[in-house]
Ligand binder design. Structure first.
Ligand code: SF4
Ligand code: SF4
Length: 110
């Protein structure tokens, strides 16, 4: 992760229960991971190429500097998805080999 931001690109509320995975197919770093109801960008693996943002049909992905006010909490949510819990995902090095994680950040999965 570059600079002091939490996540370069951020997936927000509009992905919830959509998850068509257009962004995963576009991502050259394979750093977009599948929770239960939405996807999350791994901050340390994202190379900040921006290719995911325009392909999202929900307009759910934003550069962290362009996040709408109501979605600002998702920068932290994307980052915490990989660090919370007793067995955190961390930086697995590729979403395809991990597959569906099957749970969400607690603020999303409620
Ligand atoms: S392209 Fe958008 S809606 Fe589709 S899975 Fe990715 S973030 Fe979610
Ligand atoms: S900015 Fe690039 S590397 Fe980062 S999640 Fe989007 S497509 Fe993947």
């Amino acid at each position: 992760m570059k600079g002091n931001k939490l996540v370069p690109y951020v997936i927000t509320q509009a992905c919830v229960d959509v998850m068509d995975k257009s962004c995963m197919e576009e991502c050259p770093a394979d750093c977009i991971y599948e929770g239960d109801r939405m996807l999350y960008i791994q901050p340390d693996e994202c190379v900040e190429c921006g290719r995911c943002e325009p392909v999202c049909p929900q307009i759910s992905i934003f550069h962290h500097e362009d996040l709408p006010e109501e979605s600002k909490g998702f920068e932290r949510i994307n980052a915490e998805f990989f660090t919370l819990g007793t067995d955190p995902l961390g930086s697995p090095g590729g979403a395809r080999k991990v597959g569906r994680v099957g749970h969400d950040h607690p603020e999303v999965g409620a």
